[in-house]
Design a protein around this ligand. Structure first.
Ligand code: GDP
Ligand code: ZN
Length: 479
């Protein structure tokens, strides 16, 4: 009854174009299933030797029925999984010719979405975290995303979670032994105490794992940076400047319903999603109020905030009234409270104060105190978006900060990359705490079983009733 839930009918042999659609030097068609080896023979000349496992073998590729030569290319045979790859010329007619020929074979059919992945999972070649890792690797835009995804695709998280699961299962076995034989057989004294200590240690390790400041998830999704500040400080100019200077703008993210402009930047290999927000000030204008509300939402969820003020405005010159007005925005508790140690201060329009009068211009004492109170010893830079002055210093300092916060390259720990993992580890900890607090050993064992299942859900090693959930996940991730 379970098999009807699975898209993977392993009795069928499935095939699909694995490389991208469109003309290319090479295309790869993959065939998987019990008749995969038959495909090799039927597409080869009669007297051709069967290719050695995992060795790229050059040969003519013939139509199995008409015997017309469709192309010449490489054939690769992967026994065990029983997968064949045809590496062919990546032209549309060549690809279509071979796919059509495969369709004409009995018990061969085109793979459904996610089916190859599903089979790798069913054959235990990949667990869920590795599948997620490969999907991330395909989507990786920057060096740091690539590294993190690669580690996960190669089983870094799988190993961690499998180790936990094994430890939990061992401890569960001990508890069950006490339940089954405890009274009569008088098994080893203190077994339960030992289990409690083990679980206590594991809870500590798991808690450390989820107390990671979401580094892995943030790196995966892009580090969200929000630019904020009063109107006319130069927020948009600052974003434009960065966007032009970073050659690797991958894509502008469509503003969904927000009127916040998001730009994706690759700064030193780190994925940065940087957004410009509406100027913060008191307003009676309905549309402006809405913009400010969205800006506040964004500010609250940013990983890093950059606050931009205009230098001439905060210096004691004729713009002081203007500044007093715009600075009112910082009386808003939400803004005030959002300025934290991760808020960087940019003093813009330095070009306008680069004259001999500069020395005479001093900050209005009250404002200076305000700024001190708000920004403390936060990193600050004086820049000009017009001349570019100070921008290189900013970028260097910014990159250092990001490295401090997010660099996991040299840490041995496997980072959580998805909220799915985080949720399940938290649930697991919850059950383990219930275990520790349970008076009754039978109930305690039950909690332990729930905990094992939580960890199993992360890697996909679970009871059959979870299969549908996993199928959906794989379909979503499939590559
Ligand atoms: P926003 O409202 O904070 O987004 O500010 P804008 O980026 O739209 O800039 C407001 C005005 O300040 C525009 O006229 C810009 O040309 C000007 N501006 C921005 N940055 C600088 C700068 O570094 N130097 C000078 N002189 N003008 C600037
Ligand atoms: Zn603007």
């Amino acid at each position: 009854k379970i098999s009807t839930l699975l898209p993977s009918q392993t009795s069928n042999t499935i095939f699909a174009l694995s490389s991208a659609q469109g003309k290319a030097g090479v295309a790869i068609i993959r065939v998987s299933g019990p008749k995969a080896s038959e495909a090799v023979n039927r597409f080869s000349l009669k007297n051709a030797k069967f290719p050695k496992p995992r060795v790229a073998t050059p040969r003519s590729i013939l139509h199995p029925i008409t015997r017309e030569v469709l192309d010449y290319g490489l054939v690769l045979w992967f026994p065990g999984e029983d997968v064949v790859e045809f590496h062919i010329h990546g032209g549309n007619a060549v690809i279509r010719g071979i796919l059509d020929a495969l369709s004409s074979l009995k018990e061969f059919r085109h793979a459904e979405r996610g089916e190859f992945t599903r089979r790798a999972f069913d054959n235990d070649k990949l667990d869920l975290t590795e599948i997620e890792g490969i999907a991330d690797l395909i989507n990786a835009e920057t060096e740091m995303q690539r590294r993190q995804a690669l580690r996960q695709a190669q089983g870094r998280l799988r190993n961690l979670y499998e180790t936990w699961r094994q430890q939990l299962i061992e401890n569960m076995a001990l508890v069950e032994a006490v339940i089954d034989f405890g009274e009569e057989e008088n098994i080893e004294d203190g077994v339960l105490d030992r289990v409690r200590r083990n679980i206590h240690n594991l809870v500590k390790i798991m808690s450390d794992h989820i107390n990671d400041n979401r580094r892995g998830e943030i790196l995966r999704d892009g580090i969200h940076v929000t630019i904020m500040g009063p109107p006319n400080a130069g927020k948009s100019s600052f974003l434009n400047y960065l966007a032009q200077r970073q050659a690797a703008i991958v894509s502008p993210i469509p503003g969904t319903t927000r009127d916040i402009v998001d730009v994706f930047l690759n700064i030193g290999g780190y994925p940065i999603v940087i957004g410009d927000t509406a100027g913060l000030r008191k307003s009676d204008d309905v549309i402006e109020i809405e913009g400010i509300k969205r800006a506040k939402d964004r500010i609250m969820t940013a990983d890093i905030k950059i606050c931009i003020l205009s230098l001439p405005e905060i210096l004691n010159n004729n713009e002081k009234e203007n500044f007093n007005m715009s600075f009112k925005a910082f009386d808003e508790p939400i803004i005030k409270n959002s300025i934290d140690k991760d808020t960087l201060l940019i003093l813009n329009k330095k070009d306008l104060v680069n004259n001999e009068n500069h020395h005479e211009m001093i900050m209005i004492p009250q404002l200076e105190q305000n700024i001190r109170e708000l920004f403390g010893t936060n990193p600050a830079w004086e820049v000009s978006c017009v001349t570019g002055e100070g921008m290189q210093e900013f970028l260097t300092g910014f990159l250092d900060l990001i490295k401090d916060k997010f660099d996991s390259t040299f840490t041995q720990t496997a980072l959580i990359t998805q909220s799915r993992h985080r949720q399940l580890v938290s649930e697991c900890i919850h059950y383990l705490e219930n275990f520790s607090n349970a008076d009754d050993v039978v109930l305690a064992a039950e909690e332990l079983r729930y905990a094992v299942n939580c960890v199993g859900k992360i890697t996909g090693r679970v009871d059959v009733e979870e299969i549908l959930e996993i199928t959906n996940l794989i379909n979503r991730l499939s590559f």
